[in-house]
Design a protein around this ligand. Structure first.
Ligand code: GAP
Length: 453
């Protein structure tokens, strides 16, 4: 695919997201707020499905991981100890021609001369460190003593609660603590739709282990995380495990991979999987004076565990899911003429709405009553959408465009008017193949639940 068709594809995706209620600009009626986004009725379902599946796979289906939910505001001492207050910075450059503030690594390099990507200007300031944390004040006085920050990652609350969680969960090494929550970074250039935002969510696991097993668990978690993306519908060939070379890795990390995805705007990071050694716990031990260590009952030894951290972005993964799902094909309209069909081919497990339910005709009381009855039958098991307006083909198209994998239609055969043998059966249509099968209403719940789990 060439550059312009990738750009066009991205434009179509952004417009679909707004038109169908996946993602809106935050504070839109006031001109928006750069780097902030709101998820609409379908976006919130997609995001929730992703987070729920992550939690299921990373916490519920495992015996060695427990969860926690930390506060966004923490004692400033946390951010001093973790190194964020001094070093969580991006190099920033000002363009003196158009006054743009730019990340130094986003400048255009033309034959060794750096240029502003906005105006092409070459009159640029020297790079200076810009701290990405949002500063705020706790309590009624706004002075140095009340300063703290909105957390730029969820990980630190896991490290500072390590001892409490260890004690209450009575876990033995290796074991992990998982968390999903908001993080905030005052990015210099938010861009590529939700990809680089100032407010976003992370899904992080801190997996504590013995030092000698750190590299083994790094490899293990990289593989587990790649499998996770495949299981939500992102094919392996679009995923890349990029090993960060020694000179680019954080000094305390003994190995880091970025899991990257081929977005329409290029190959970009979805998740980092890092072996962080015992750096974070040691920093907090030094700064707090508290013993964040582990006592091995068997060897009677006390030591500070090492940690492997798979850290994924919720919003980036949602964007990857939408980009991967977006497709156009052709389907016959009401008169049999082929027209372009926009379809989101979400994995059924991720789809915001699992099944649409339609009465064939809106003005037939029996069809409507039966269809509503079926929607109520399915609702406790999945997110269902009932629709009776417009021609049936149009209703299918509307669902295709938002990625609903299944649609049930109640017709005259359901009422037993044509063939008594077909009474209480419905058509079940598949979004991707557009094929329809006839199934008994009594089997709908089990057929659908097995396909969406
Ligand atoms: N605790 C480690 C950590 O925070 P990171 O690589 O800075 O590592 C982890 O962030 C993940 O969080 C990224 O891979 C990405 O998915 C997501 N993320 C980071 N900054 C983001 C931003 N500005 N907008 C959206 N997602 C972001």
């Amino acid at each position: 695919m060439n550059k312009s068709s990738d750009t066009q594809r991205m434009e179509k995706i952004v417009s679909l997201c707004k038109r169908r209620g996946f993602i809106f600009q935050s504070s839109e009626i006031y001109g928006g707020l750069n780097g902030c986004w709101d998820y609409g009725p379908l976006g919130v379902e997609l995001k929730r499905n992703l987070k729920n599946y992550w939690w299921r796979v990373m916490v519920h289906e495992r015996d060695d991981v427990v969860g926690m939910d930390g506060s966004i505001l923490m004692n400033r001492a946390v951010w001093k100890a973790s190194g964020h207050e001094d070093t969580f910075t991006d190099p920033m450059v000002d363009c003196r021609s158009c006054k743009a503030r730019l990340r130094a690594d986003q400048l255009i390099d033309k034959k060794g001369v750096k240029q502003c990507p906005n105006c092409g200007g070459k009159d640029l300031t020297a790079p200076r460190a810009f701290n990405l944390m949002f500063k705020t004040f706790v309590g009624a006085t706004e002075d140095e003593s009340s300063v703290t920050y909105l957390r730029p990652e969820t990980a630190q609350s896991i490290f500072v609660q390590f001892k409490n969680v260890l004690e209450v969960s009575r876990k033995k090494l290796p074991f992990g603590i998982a968390q999903i929550g908001k993080a905030f970074r005052n990015e210099i250039n938010p861009r590529n739709f939700t990809f680089r935002s100032r407010e976003f969510e992370q899904m992080e696991l801190e997996y504590f282990c013995r030092a000698e097993e750190g590299m083994k668990w790094l490899d293990y978690w990289l593989e587990e995380r790649l499998k996770f993306y495949e299981n939500i519908g992102i094919p392996r060939e679009k995923l890349h495990a990029h090993e960060i070379p020694d000179e680019e890795r954080a000094f305390y990390s003994k190995g880091t991979y970025d899991i990257e995805f081929d977005f329409p705007f290029g190959r970009q990071e979805l998740e980092g999987v890092a072996y962080r050694t015992d750096y974070d716990l040691q920093q907090h031990i030094k700064a707090s004076g508290k013993p964040l260590d582990y006592f091995d009952e068997e060897t009677k030894q006390r030591f500070v565990p090492h940690v492997v951290e798979p850290s994924a972005g919720v919003d980036r993964t949602v964007l990857a899911l939408i980009c991967e799902a977006y497709d156009e094909d052709t389907a016959p309209d009401e008169k049999g003429k082929l027209e372009t069909r926009i379809v989101l081919r979400f994995h059924p497990r991720m789809a915001p709405i699992k099944c649409a339910v339609f009465p064939l005709l809106k003005n037939n009381e029996q069809l409507v009553a039966k269809a509503k009855e079926i929607a109520d039958l399915l609702r406790p098991h999945m997110n269902v959408f009932y629709d009776e307006t417009g021609a049936i083909g149009r209703r299918y198209r509307r669902q295709d465009e938002i990625g609903t994998p299944f649609a049930v239609t109640v017709d005259f055969e359901t009422l037993g008017e044509k063939d008594p043998a077909l009474r209480d059966t419905v058509t079940l249509r598949d979004r991707d193949s557009m094929k329809q099968e006839r199934v008994p209403i009594t089997e709908l719940v089990s057929i659908l639940t097995s396909r969406i789990r």
